[in-house]
Write a protein that binds this ligand. Structure first.
Ligand SMILES: Cc1ncc(C[n+]2csc(CCOP(=O)(O)OP(=O)(O)O)c2C)c(N)n1
Ligand SMILES: [Mg+2]
Length: 363
């Protein structure tokens, strides 16, 4: 597959067109998926969409802090994880809620995290899902490290990590990809090119024609994938996983997509992008496209959609209530997890901070 999609020629893997019809050129790459798997994948995207919509509404009600959403990028988040095994590692940034839920994470944990509780990072059942990473691309080196440990132990798992178009300008991106390529680490580097890094457009981010072509210099396959096409995402991720499991090393996948929402709830994109642009991408919504494909195959209908949205909405409301009833996060949590036992300097900082809080409260 990677030979057929030379990133230097700007080729893109796409299976479904914007109306959910299988493209002639896409047929060859159609991933084998049972009806149950198709329904499962689409449901996971809808669940993520509803969870994001609810979370924004909780934020507007002042019930949680600022948060980013996955809206518009669900195919990339869900399709990648659904293409992998439960024992593979997911190393997230902060914009992959669909993948987090598909990996076994919970909405409650997500909401807890954005309510300021680090306990949200520890999902029940301990899926191989790392805590979300706000410092841009710090997670990329973590994924390279996990990939290296897989090589060292002789395992056949893969690590998948996610970052944005903006992330490719960071040092960690270069360090992570270089390391993984040199040591043939089984890492799938997913660059979600959603056209913006907050307000900075893709064209101002790099002089490279495509982001996938950066793979060439590192010595790994790179490919552009229509990131709003669930089937293309599954097919590309399966190929990348096979490559990694066969000991051939990492792959860079540029998921060509669009951040349909604001950068975070603190952002107002109307200042830096046009209504026309936003509307042109509305028609490319990954959910609409996949839904059309599913309806055509009689695997989905409006009643199912409505029932799922309702069920998921109730699940989110319940999760939000549970988070609101959680004990407040102890101050110690800010200091607790960096070392196995707290060194004296950190202990001193913690005591200083507690004294500061006591002073603040007494004013
Ligand atoms: C190391 C670092 N520098 C700056 C920031 C501030 N910041 C938060 S998100 C963001 C833009 C990231 O854009 P991109 O990588 O395209 O990801 P997206 O948010 O579009 O998914 C920046 C600069 C940060 N979180 N970490
Ligand atoms: Mg971006």
């Amino acid at each position: 597959m990677f030979d057929s999609f030379d990133p230097l020629k700007g080729k893109m893997l796409r299976i479904l067109d914007e109306r959910g019809k299988v493209l002639k050129a896409g047929q060859k790459w159609m991933p084998e998926l049972s009806d149950e798997e198709l329904v499962d994948g689409y449901r996971a995207m809808v669940r993520a969409r509803v969870a994001d919509e609810r979370a924004v509404s909780y934020q507007r009600q002042g019930r949680i802090f600022t948060l980013p959403t996955n809206i518009g990028q669900e195919a990339s988040a869900v399709g990648t994880i659904k293409a992998l095994r439960p024992d593979d590692w997911m190393v997230q940034s902060y914009r992959e809620l669909g993948g987090v839920l598909a990996k076994g994470g919970t909405v409650k944990n997500h909401l807890a995290y954005f309510s300021g509780s680090e306990t949200g990072s520890v999902h029940p059942g301990n899926p191989r899902l790392l805590p979300l990473s706000v410092p841009i691309t710090s997670q990329v080196t973590h994924a390279a490290g996990i990939g290296h440990s897989i090589v060292y132990r002789g395992g056949d798992e893969v690590a998948i990590t996610f970052f944005g178009d903006g992330g490719t300008s960071q040092g960690d991106f270069n360090e992570g990809l270089n390391w993984a390529a040199v040591y043939k680490c089984p890492v799938i580097f997913v660059c979600n090119n959603n056209q913006y890094a907050i307000s900075l457009g893709r064209a101002a981010q790099t002089g490279s024609e495509t982001l996938a072509q950066k793979a060439v210099a590192f010595g790994m396959p790179g490919m552009i994938v229509d990131g709003n096409d669930y089937l293309a995402v599954v097919a590309a991720t399966r190929a990348a996983a096979e490559h990694g499991r066969a000991g051939k090393g990492p792959v860079l996948l540029e998921m060509y997509t669009y951040r349909m929402g604001a950068h975070t709830t603190s952002d107002d994109p109307s200042i830096y992008r046009s209504k026309e642009e936003e509307e042109s991408w509305l028609a490319k919504d990954p959910l609409i496209r996949m839904k059309a494909f599913m309806v055509e195959r009689k695997l989905w209908d409006e009643d199912k959609e409505e029932a799922l949205r309702k069920e998921m909405g109730a699940e989110c409301d319940e999760a939000m209530r549970e988070v609101e009833n959680m004990d407040p996060t102890p101050v110690e949590d800010i200091f607790r997890y960096q070392y196995e036992s707290m060194p004296p300097e950190l202990e001193r900082q913690m005591q200083d901070y507690k004294a500061f809080l006591a002073w603040k409260e007494s004013r």
